[in-house]
Ligand binder design. Structure first.
Ligand code: 3PG
Length: 307
């Protein structure tokens, strides 16, 4: 089988070497399409692929149509909003992710972003410490729980909310459950966002929630830009010159955020939450193993679609 790794943002070399070892060791061949800039390059590369490993690369209906041999696609990472699951199902292509494999890298970045903003983006201005502050974790999954544990170790108190985890369980996991999103935003000095981009969550964080934050509140987004209502967030940040926004995914209206918020806003130049050698190796190798397992014995653990 021909396994294609198509990554606009490439994996670390060690991850690619590991993927090759697993794929070739199982008797398959490996093709690489890295740092591509045009959709056409991806469409051409998938033409003879039996399996596909991607990161945030978009696997659209057009990509699926260009890949007549494709049997499995694995998103090496957690969020799978870049996969058109309907198109995959219609073509009987198994779609998977590799949950948890890059969570630590993202959690470390969320903590780093809290400190970066508390210290005025490392300018000499007098900042504040995160110890003694309260962080609210919006979605207590793999990344959110790690952020909570690291925050606690740094002397912060941790509040959390998750639509799929009952309050009792959140308590057992060591965090104070929030009664509602309003409760979380109104009580936390930092809110760290870990929700996926779904029809329910897109545009769900805006003026109403952010303007409830206490004085000096910092919103930290290492999830997806789509979950933010940019208009509402800009309004909250303009009305409240004490609030800050730090994000791993540049907003569409980045110029306005930069102009209106100066040192109260920061966006990484390119999504870098999972951009560590460790996360690349964990997620990339897991993807390769999942593909080999699927071809060897039909294992569909972590399958996201049904058909
Ligand atoms: C994920 O959903 O796993 C993260 O957002 C990482 O995305 P990336 O592979 O594009 O870095």
């Amino acid at each position: 089988m021909n396994v294609l790794v198509a990554t606009e943002k490439p994996f670390a070399a060690a991850a690619v070497n590991g993927i090759r070892e697993i794929v070739e060791g199982a008797g398959h061949t490996l093709s690489l399409l890295e740092k591509y800039t045009e959709k056409e390059q991806l469409l051409k590369a998938v033409a003879d692929a039996d399996a596909l490993i991607v990161r945030s690369d978009k696997v659209t209906a057009e990509v699926v149509a260009a890949a007549p041999n494709l049997k499995i696609v694995v998103r090496a990472g957690a969020g799978f909003d870049n996969l058109d699951l309907e198109a995959c199902s219609a073509a009987r292509i198994v779609a998977m992710n590799t949950p948890g494999q890059n969570s630590n890298a993202v959690a470390e970045l969320a903590i780093a972003m809290m400190i970066y903003m508390s210290r005025g983006q490392f300018t000499p201005a007098t900042g504040c410490e995160i110890q003694g502050k309260k962080v609210g974790i919006q979605a207590f999954g793999n990344v959110g729980r790690l952020v909570g544990r690291k925050a606690e170790a740094m002397g912060m108190s941790v509040m959390a909310i998750d639509p799929f985890i009952p309050a009792e369980k959140i308590k057992e996991m060591g965090a104070e459950p929030a009664a509602s999103l309003e409760d979380l935003y109104s009580k936390c000095d930092f809110v760290s966002v870990h929700i996926p981009a779904t029809p329910e969550t897109i545009g769900s964080i805006g003026y109403d929630l952010v303007s409830k934050m206490p004085k000096g509140g910092v919103l930290v987004n290492t999830a997806r830009k789509e979950v933010i209502d940019e208009e509402g967030l800009l309004k909250a940040l303009t009305e409240r010159p004490d609030l800050k926004y730090v994000t791993d995914i540049a907003p569409d209206r980045i110029a306005e955020f930069q102009e209106k918020c100066a040192l109260r806003f920061f966006a990484t130049p390119k999504k870098m939450g999972a951009q560590t050698a460790e996360a690349n190796i964990n997620a990339g190798l897991a993807a390769a193993r999942q593909i080999c397992g699927f071809f060897a014995d039909g294992c569909t653990k972590f399958q996201l679609n049904k058909f």
